[in-house]
Design a protein around this ligand. Structure first.
Ligand code: DGJ
Length: 355
C-alpha cells in the first residue's frame, strides 16, 4: 500500500508538470524521488529491482525512459543506454537522442539529450533518425554515434555519424554516408570480447545484413561478412564458442517472429535462421534492437533488448528485455515475465510468482 501511494505521487507530479526539460519539473521529481528513498522500505527496493517487460520504465526522476531502438555502451564500469527520445514536447523539426546511465541495468539515471539535431541533409519535414548506437573508442578517446538517417520515404538510406568528447556530452554531426556504398536502414551494434567494434546494417537491394568492422578511428567501416537474409533490427552476441545474430522480418512497425542464426566466426559460415520464440507468439509483439551480454562472477546472462512499438504514439512505445535461454547453439526468448538481474554475479531469475 505504501509503495503504491509513493508511486502515485511520482505519477501525479509527472502529470502536473508536462514539459520535459523544465528545470522545475526535474527538481520537484528529484525531490519526490529523494523523499521516497528517505522513507523507503525494503519492499520498495525489492519491487524496483525487477525488470518488467512492457510496463512503463521510469528513470531516477520518475519520468518515462525515452531510449527507443536503443543500444547499451559499457564505459568504465557503467552502462549507458542511448536511444530515440520521442518526447511529445520535443521540437518536431529536430530529432533527439537521450542518454541514461546505470550500474545495474535496472535503475537508470537520465543524463541528458546528447543529440539534438536539425535536418542535417535537407531531407524534409518528416526526416528520420532511428536506432542510435554509441561506440567508445579507447584509441582516440572519442565517442562515436551511428544512427539510421533517412527521408520520409526511407530512400536516403544512410548512416549518420556524430562525435562527442564525453560519453554523455553533446554529440556533433560530422557526416552521413552509405557504409560499403550500400543502402543502409536499420543498424545494430556489436563489440567483440577483444574490443573490436562492428556495425550491423540492413541492405534491402542486396537482401541481407552486412557485418562491418569499424575502422581504427570508428569513422568508417570495412566489410566483415554478408548474411543473405532480408532482415532488420539486427543484433549480435558472442556466447560460448558461437556468434548469434538476431533479426526481425520487414513488416514496418508491426511485430513478427524474430529469428536467429549462429556461426563459429563472424565471417561465417552462418546456419539457417530459426525462430527465437514459437511463431504464433509473434515475438511477444517485440522487435530486436540489441543483445546485451552480462558476464559476472558466476555465470553469463544474454539479454534480448527489444522494442514494443506504438507507431501512433512512439513516445509511449515500451521496452521488452528478457534473459534468453541459451543452450549450445540454441537461443530461445521466454514469454514476458518480471525478472531480476545481478550484474555482479551475472545471474538472472524469472520471478516465480510473476510479481
Ligand atoms: C522497422 C524498423 O525496424 C524501425 O526502426 C522503423 O524503421 C520501422 N520499420 C518503420 O516502419
Amino acid at each position: 500500500m505504501r509503495f503504491a501511494s509513493k508511486k502515485l505521487k511520482k505519477i501525479e507530479v509527472a502529470k502536473l508538470i508536462p514539459a520535459r526539460g523544465e528545470k522545475l519539473r526535474r527538481v520537484i521529481a528529484s525531490f519526490v524521488t529523494l523523499a521516497s528513498v528517505a522513507l523507503g522500505t525494503a519492499g520498495l527496493c525489492a519491487a524496483q529491482s525487477v525488470i518488467r517487460p512492457g510496463e512503463p520504465w521510469l528513470d531516477h526522476h520518475g519520468q518515462r525512459i525515452q531510449a527507443h531502438g536503443g543500444g547499451i555502451t559499457v564505459w568504465k564500469g557503467t552502462y549507458y543506454w542511448f536511444g530515440e527520445d520521442r518526447t511529445p514536447a520535443n521540437d518536431p523539426e529536430k530529432r533527439y537522442v537521450a542518454c541514461y546511465s546505470s550500474r545495474d541495468l535496472v535503475h537508470w539515471k537520465f543524463r541528458r539529450q546528447v543529440l539534438v539535431l536539425a535536418d542535417p541533409e535537407h531531407l524534409g519535414p518528416h526526416w528520420v533518425l532511428e536506432r542510435p548506437k554509441v561506440y567508445a573508442n579507447p584509441r582516440t578517446g572519442k565517442f562515436v554515434m551511428y544512427a539510421h538517417l533517412d527521408d520520409a520515404h526511407y530512400k536516403f538510406a544512410r548512416v549518420m555519424v556524430a562525435v562527442s568528447n564525453r560519453i554523455d556530452g553533446t554529440y556533433n554531426f560530422v557526416k552521413s554516408f552509405r557504409p560499403l556504398d550500400e543502402e543502409s536502414r536499420d543498424i545494430g551494434q556489436f563489440v567483440n570480447d577483444d574490443g573490436s567494434a562492428y556495425l550491423i546494417f540492413e541492405s534491402r537491394p542486396t537482401k541481407g545484413f552486412f557485418l562491418a568492422k569499424l575502422t581504427d578511428d570508428f569513422m568508417g567501416v570495412e566489410k566483415t561478412c554478408f548474411i543473405p537474409a532480408p532482415l532488420e533490427g539486427g543484433a549480435l552476441v558472442h556466447y560460448g564458442n558461437l556468434y548469434y545474430v538476431v533479426g526481425s522480418h520487414m513488416t514496418g512497425w508491426r511485430p513478427n517472429p524474430n529469428v536467429y542464426a549462429t556461426a563459429p566466426a563472424l565471417t561465417g559460415p552462418w546456419t539457417e535462421f530459426k525462430n527465437l520464440a514459437p511463431p504464433e507468439a509473434n515475438n511477444y509483439d517485440s522487435q530486436s534492437t540489441m543483445l546485451v551480454k552480462v558476464t559476472g562472477s558466476k555465470t553469463t546472462t544474454v539479454i534480448f533488448m527489444g522494442d514494443l512499438w506504438r507507431p501512433k504514439s512512439l513516445w509511449d512505445s515500451r521496452y521488452f528485455w528478457m534473459p534468453l535461454d541459451m543452450d549450445h547453439g540454441s537461443m530461445q526468448l521466454p514469454p514476458p515475465q518480471p525478472w531480476t538481474l545481478n550484474v555482479k554475479t551475472g545471474e538472472s531469475a524469472i520471478q516465480a510468482n510473476g510479481k
